[in-house]
Ligand binder design. Structure first.
Ligand SMILES: CC(C)(COP(=O)(O)OP(=O)(O)OC[C@H]1O[C@@H](n2cnc3c(N)ncnc32)[C@H](O)[C@@H]1OP(=O)(O)O)[C@@H](O)C(=O)NCCC(=O)NCCS
Length: 297
């Protein structure tokens, strides 16, 4: 029993995703707090197996507060970094301002520190909350690219659907064996958020180039946004545009573009949330950079 659990008649539960009713209670908390349905993940394999949730539950089994850490290996300036991401942080309104969140954050940070994580990452619309725990904002940039010379493509481009089992299998295989999309700043492995983000936004197109790469992109008829590439190798921007057979007026790359063989100009990116980092590897992060929207968590 923790002190807070005793004081408020709650139960602290950790790593509870194996219990369907506790998982359902977290789904409800996130639905009520953020209006998102994380249970959509059920159709493509369930939540991230590396997730370490910590939550307080009341006597009726409702999850009243939660904070989760998960493993998010990164590559930063060519070096593989053991990093943790934090997500699903929420407290039901009637339980706020009693220190539940502070307690759950501290537990999660202690666990990832004990596992030897060199870097902690999170995305938030409340940066002040995390600054007192040593997190610093990382300014993000979106990369406007000059249109490369296009050539006739020999690659077949095929639109994929998460609902088609063979397509889902290909996407998962490539997410597991991918080359990180950037050597400067990118996730090495992250499958669940890529799939969930694709599911959340119906404008995102997933297109296979041959069997070796899946391109995540959107196009509004004028601007082409390149969101991510899950591939055994990262094709150049020219190869991608030629294979997709699009000729946009503007090209915006939503990740660090060092592997794309193209000319870019970075522009400050003001998203709804701020990317924050702390830990001994945080000083190695040098901008301009962007975390792919497909890795957002
Ligand atoms: C933000 C939230 C999780 C805080 O929960 P809580 O249980 O009230 O937090 P606690 O009582 O444990 O307070 C923890 C600390 O956060 C601070 N804090 C709380 N809300 C804050 C806010 N909106 N902005 C900045 N700091 C905040 C508290 O002052 C406290 O600081 P201290 O440790 O220095 O005393 C809760 O308000 C919530 O669920 N909000 C909606 C969802 C959300 O924004 N989640 C965070 C997503 S990144």
């Amino acid at each position: 029993m923790t002190e807070l659990a005793t004081r408020y008649g709650l139960t602290l539960r950790q790593d509870y995703f194996g219990d369907p009713s506790a998982w359902g209670a977290l789904v409800d908390l996130l639905q009520d707090t953020f209006s998102i349905d994380v249970d959509l993940q059920a159709s493509f394999g369930g939540p991230d197996p590396t997730s370490m949730p910590s939550g307080y539950f009341d006597g009726e089994g409702r999850c009243v507060a939660n904070f989760s850490a998960f493993s998010m290996p990164m590559i930063i300036n060519g070096r593989a970094i053991k990093a943790a991401g934090y997500q699903s942080g929420a407290v039901r309104p009637e339980w706020r301002e009693r220190g539940l969140y502070r307690d759950l954050m501290q537990r999660a940070f202690d666990r990832t520190a004990a596992e030897g994580c060199e870097l902690d990452l999170l995305l938030t619309d409340k940066p002040a909350l995390y600054e007192r725990y040593g997190f610093r904002s990382l300014p993000q940039h979106i990369f406007g690219a000059r249109t490369p010379k296009l050539q006739k493509s020999e690659l077949t481009a095929r639109q994929l659907s998460l609902e088609a089992p063979d397509d889902l299998r290909l996407i998962k295989t490539l997410l597991q064996s991918r080359q990180p999309v950037s050597a400067r700043f990118a996730v090495v492995r992250q499958m669940e958020m890529f799939l969930l983000n694709a599911c959340f936004n119906s404008a995102i197109r997933l297109t296979a180039l041959g069997d070796d790469a899946v391109i995540a992109w959107t196009f509004d008829g004028a601007t082409f946004w390149l969101l991510d590439i899950a591939g055994t190798a990262v094709p150049s921007l020219a190869t991608i545009l030629s294979a997709l057979d699009v000729e946009p007026e503007r090209i915006e790359i939503c990740f660090s573009p060092d592997r794309l063989d193209c000319e870019v100009s970075p522009e400050p990116y003001e998203g709804y949330t701020v990317l924050m980092a702390r830990g001994k590897a945080a000083d190695e992060i040098i901008g301009p950079l962007m975390l792919s929207p497909m890795a957002e968590f």
